[in-house]
Design a binder for this molecule. Structure first.
Ligand code: PGA
Length: 254
């Protein structure tokens, strides 16, 4: 089995009827992508329904489930939040932390993201730690510095290549149809890996995903790039056929 991970982030989309429909569509196509790991992070409301639907169709072992965020604490007076332990309780095995929409909409900085990633590890979840530069930072030539700062500030203490994944998501590429040049993606992933080497052993085996406007039409080119170990897919993960087409485009990588 390769280390490639194709992860879907449904964001704030989907009702229980969608979970059932998507599970059926995934069940129809998942046999065609035996060479990659699959994970879907639905809204919290759908973690359990999607998990049940995957079980009923016999593919719960092929499609892991994740949360899109978690609180740093186990429980307490945090209205509207969900803990990493609660995600585990619902059948989740991953959680995304530090997505740019959390960093921007909820003012989450690196210290908060790190605390959330540590909560993920505490609960036994794999933390998918997102980093990425804004358009202004890219134009200002600050991309590698921003990524280094975010990686060193957001990676959890105790991170290993099995409990932590990094997703490189340029903020300006999310939901816009824009992607960096292939050279820029390779450079960013190499920079991220170099920074992570200070905190994670065996960093060659760390999974670093690319995210931002990944679609069936560009997946083969993006996923073939040096240092790209999978994708974090937003919009195109909402339809199982597109999500599976992206997975099918991934090379098998050890
Ligand atoms: P997108 O989102 O694929 O819709 O650009 C990616 C993400 O935000 O994870």
């Amino acid at each position: 089995m390769s280390k490639v991970l194709i992860a879907g982030n449904w964001k704030m989309n989907g009702l229980t009827s969608d979970a059932a429909r998507e599970a059926t569509a995934l069940a129809a196509g998942v046999a065609g992508v035996p060479h990659v790991h699959l994970m879907i992070a639905p809204p919290t409301s759908l973690i359990h329904p999607l998990r049940i639907n995957l079980f009923e169709r016999g593919i719960a072992d092929r499609v892991a489930i994740g949360g899109q965020d978690c609180h740093a604490n186990v429980n307490g007076a945090h209205t509207g939040d969900v803990s990493a332990e609660m995600i585990v309780d619902l059948g989740g095995s991953y959680v995304i932390v530090g997505h740019s929409e959390r960093r921007t909409d909820h003012g989450e900085g690196d210290a908060t993201v790190k605390a959330k990633a540590e909560a993920a590890l505490r609960a036994g979840l794999v933390a998918v730690v997102c980093v990425g530069e804004t358009e202004a930072e890219r134009r200002g030539g600050e991309t590698l510095d921003v990524l280094a700062r975010q990686v060193s500030g957001s990676l959890p203490d105790g991170a290993t290549v099995t409990n932590t994944v990094i997703a490189y998501e340029p903020v300006w590429a999310i939901g816009t149809g824009l992607t960096p040049s292939t050279d820029d993606i390779v450079e960013a992933h190499a920079g991220i890996r170099e920074t992570a080497a200070g905190q994670i052993d065996d960093v060659a085996n760390l999974r670093i995903l690319y995210g931002g406007s990944v679609k069936p039409g560009n997946a083969a080119e993006l996923l073939a790039l040096d240092g790209v170990d999978g994708a974090l897919v937003g919009g195109a993960s909402l339809k199982a056929a597109d999500f599976l087409a992206i997975a099918a485009a991934a090379p098998a990588r050890n």
